[in-house]
Design a protein around this ligand. Structure first.
Ligand code: KIV
Length: 275
């Protein structure tokens, strides 16, 4: 009889300790199946609020609710064993006050079993990040393009294209870092700015459309698998799942229409009644 050691989950301090080391591999996941496949290949699975677009066909992440995040967070925790699971706090669940953010984060962590939360915003969210981290909630920051602000930004635009805008983004990075975030997602900023942010913060930076200068990378899994036609320019497709799924469903539909389907006697191994 072989006794297998239980698989231990990667923790927030372990992710934090990877600063400047081997790049941290992270992906989004929303389902138990995909989480199980990615588990041994990545260090961190993010249950991103991008699930609003990817799973629910929404135009933005604004309508995503805490219940939607809890439901998919549970699935990803169940599907994985090793990777740290971080769940996004959706728009409206953490901005009003640090105390409300704490209540919602604790509810989400208890319901899902995730190892941490992610929330968007720099200087404006620093007080909340400090409040949470001082009370036992591991927080991943998210600066640069913050998609939950789409209504005030007027669209999903790259940030800091103009050097004169760098200072406020650098201030965001410093504020989130000093508030205790264990890592920081940096979205849609040019390489020199991503490199500068990575240099000045002690937390590892996780880039998305922010060049290889970061300490790690994240992509939306369905985007890199080629399931989505509408993906940001920086996404490299590592698969063509849409074509694969289409081909498989077409094969099934053709079989059904041609009545070329396994008969129940094959499926169940039926025997003829004794004569
Ligand atoms: O919601 C999400 O998927 C994200 C990542 C892409 C960083 O926030």
């Amino acid at each position: 009889m072989s006794v297998q050691a239980p698989v231990r989950r990667i923790t927030a301090p372990e992710i934090a300790s990877r600063k400047g080391g081997e790049p941290i591999v992270t992906l989004t996941a929303y389902h138990a199946h995909t989480a199980a496949i990615a588990d041994e290949l990545v260090e961190l699975l993010l249950v991103g609020d991008s699930l609003g677009m990817v799973m629910h066909g929404l135009e933005t992440t604004v309508p995503v609710t805490l219940d939607m995040m809890i439901s998919q967070g549970r699935a990803v925790v169940r599907g994985s064993q090793r990777a740290m699971v971080v769940v996004d706090m959706p728009f409206g669940s953490y901005e009003a006050s640090p105390a409300e953010a704490f209540r919602n984060c604790v509810h989400l962590l208890k319901e899902t079993g995730a190892g941490g939360v992610k929330l968007e915003g720099g200087v404006r969210m620093a007080e909340t990040i400090r409040f949470l981290t001082e009370r036992g909630v591991p927080v991943m920051g998210h600066i640069g393009l913050t998609p939950q602000s789409v209504l005030t930004l007027g669209g999903f635009k790259a940030q800091g294209r103009d050097e004169k805008d760098w200072e406020s983004i650098l201030a965001d990075a410093r504020a989130v870092d000093e508030a205790g975030a264990f890592s920081i997602v940096v979205e849609a900023v040019a390489e020199p700015l991503a490199a500068r942010i990575t240099e000045i913060v002690k937390a590892p930076t996780i880039g998305i459309g922010a060049s290889a200068a970061c300490d790690g990378q994240i992509l939306v899994m369905e985007d890199m698998l080629g399931l989505n036609d509408r993906v940001p320019k920086f996404v490299k497709k590592y698969g063509s799942l849409k074509d694969h799924i289409h081909g498989a469903i077409k094969g099934y539909a053709d079989d059904v229409r041609q009545r070329s389907f396994p008969a129940p006697e094959h499926t169940y191994g039926m025997r003829k009644a004794a004569e």
